[in-house]
Each structure stands twice: as structure tokens, then as C-alpha cells.
Design a protein around this ligand. Structure first.
Ligand SMILES: Nc1nc2c(c(=O)[nH]1)N(C=O)[C@@H](CNc1ccc(C(=O)N[C@@H](CCC(=O)O)C(=O)O)cc1)CN2
Ligand SMILES: Nc1ncnc2c1ncn2[C@@H]1O[C@H](COP(=O)(O)OP(=O)(O)OP(=O)(O)O)[C@@H](O)[C@H]1O
Length: 208
């Protein structure tokens, strides 16, 4: 815990940006071998979650760049017969969804000003499809002791969480991170909503 300086007072966009930069820089320095080992451990830990074992539909995402690897996890869920929904980024940063149908069903997509993503090529199910998820696996850069998550700053998952809340859907929200990204405080804005748990390569932590 805690090589990042994040206990600034207030909860403004500027301090989110600073923390994002620090975490992305650390991710960028992780050797490839360590990243692969972390991804394997992360998948094992995540698959121990009762929320994943019991889920019929899981909304997930395909890791890219320095993100903790999710490919092994996606393939195991898919092989088990769990329906896995993956996000498709829309021009306004909202997310559409399509079902994961194996590694050949992904395409590399370069959205303007963003890192290249791997998106599903199957039929688009619409932004409301996420309401069918029993569990939502969220990307992030950090989470704090309250379960407040720091994302990449597009607000895509803020929209997803607002949509779930409006619809009265209450899936298990689980963020996937590296151990060092579980911090004391993430700057919080009014629209931010907490997650239920974080999975890292060394285990699961649940929030009150
Ligand atoms: N693997 C993965 N898929 C995902 C997300 C994610 O965080 N990770 N998303 C999560 O929402 C959505 C896509 N949103 C994204 C938002 C920003 C950037 C990005 O590259 N941001 C730059 C900074 C851009 C800026 O400062 O304006 C960066 O992080 O370097 C990528 C994806 C849906 N799919
Ligand atoms: N429900 C919403 N609808 C539309 N825009 C929103 C919503 N919630 C947040 N936003 C906007 O999204 C932007 C990014 O928010 P924030 O910095 O909290 O992103 P994040 O949580 O780090 O990213 P993400 O949700 O993509 O992981 C902000 O400008 C915010 O106003």
C-alpha cells in the first residue's frame, strides 16, 4: 500500500489527474514477466469469488497496455459457459456491449486520443445490456479504503454505474488492480460510486 501521494484535501479533477499519471508511470515500468505472473494470479484470485462462480452474465473488459491482465480470466469464464459482455467505446464515452466469443472475436480499435483497445466484433447489444450483468468487473487505476475507484478519466464507468443505479440493478461491482494500487484515499467527486471489492494478484479485499 501507498507509494502514491494521494491524501490531498478536497477531491478535484487535478488531484485525480496527478494520481493517474503516477500510477500509469509505475505500470509502465513493470517487467513483462512480472505482468504475466500477476495476470495468472489475478485470474486465480478472481475465479475464487463467489460473485463470479454464481454469475450467469459477467460484464468485463479486455486488458490493454499496462493494465493487470484479464485475458486468462475471460477465457476461463467463457469456457465455463458464463456469458461475458465486453465494452465497445462510443463517441460520447458511453459504453455499448457485445458478447465475448473467444480470442478471435476481438479487434484492435484505435479511438482518438486513447490507448488502443481490444473490442468485441459480435453484434452490439446496446448500452442497456449491462443491466443483465450479475457481476461487473471494472478497470481502474486505484481504489481506496472506502471502495472509491479512480478510472482513466473518460467517465465511461461512471455512466455505467449511474445507469445501473437508475434501473435499480445491483450487480456485484469488482475492480481489478495491482496490489500497490489499493491506496488510502482516492479523490472523490459527487458522481463517483463505490465498488464492492477489489481483486489483486495477492487476494480479494471487500469494502463495507
Ligand atoms: N481495457 C480497457 N477497456 C476499456 C476501458 C479501460 O479503462 N480499459 N474503459 C474505461 O473507461 C473504456 C474505454 N475508455 C477509455 C478511456 C480513456 C482511455 C485512455 O487511453 N486514456 C488516456 C488518457 C487520455 C486523456 O488524458 O484524455 C490514458 O489513460 O493514457 C482509454 C479507454 C472501455 N474499455
Ligand atoms: N453519469 C454520467 N454521465 C455523464 N458524464 C458523467 C457521468 N458521471 C461522470 N461523468 C463525467 O465523466 C468525466 C470523468 O469522470 P471521472 O474523472 O470520475 O472518471 P473516472 O471514474 O476516472 O473514469 P471511468 O469511469 O471511465 O473509469 C467527468 O467529467 C464527469 O463529469
Amino acid at each position: 500500500m501507498c507509494e502514491f501521494a494521494m491524501d490531498q484535501p478536497g477531491s478535484d479533477k487535478g488531484s485525480k489527474r496527478t494520481l493517474r499519471g503516477e500510477i500509469l508511470a509505475v505500470r509502465g515500468r513493470l517487467p513483462e514477466g512480472d505482468a504475466q505472473e500477476a495476470a495468472a494470479r489475478l485470474a486465480r484470485r478472481a475465479l475464487e469469488l463467489p460473485e463470479l462462480a454464481a454469475a450467469r452474465t459477467v460484464a468485463a473488459y479486455v486488458s490493454v497496455g499496462g493494465e493487470p491482465g484479464t485475458r486468462a480470466l475471460l477465457d476461463t469464464l467463457h469456457a465455463r459457459g458464463t456469458r461475458v459482455l465486453l465494452p465497445v467505446l462510443l463517441p460520447d464515452n458511453d459504453l455499448d456491449w457485445a458478447a465475448y466469443a473467444g480470442p478471435d472475436s476481438l479487434a484492435r480499435v484505435q479511438h482518438r486520443g486513447k490507448i488502443a483497445l481490444l473490442e468485441p466484433t459480435g453484434p452490439r447489444l446496446g448500452p442497456e445490456a449491462v443491466l443483465e450483468a450479475d457481476t461487473v468487473l471494472l478497470p481502474g487505476l486505484a481504489v481506496d479504503e472506502r471502495g472509491m475507484r479512480l478510472g482513466r478519466g473518460g467517465g465511461s464507468y461512471d455512466r455505467v454505474l449511474a445507469r445501473l443505479e437508475r434501473a435499480g440493478a445491483d450487480p456485484a461491482l469488482v475492480v481489478l488492480l495491482y496490489d500497490t494500487e489499493v491506496v488510502v484515499r482516492v479523490p472523490r467527486e459527487a458522481h463517483d460510486r463505490p465498488v464492492r471489492a477489489v481483486v489483486t494478484p495477492s487476494g480479494v479485499r471487500r469494502f463495507g
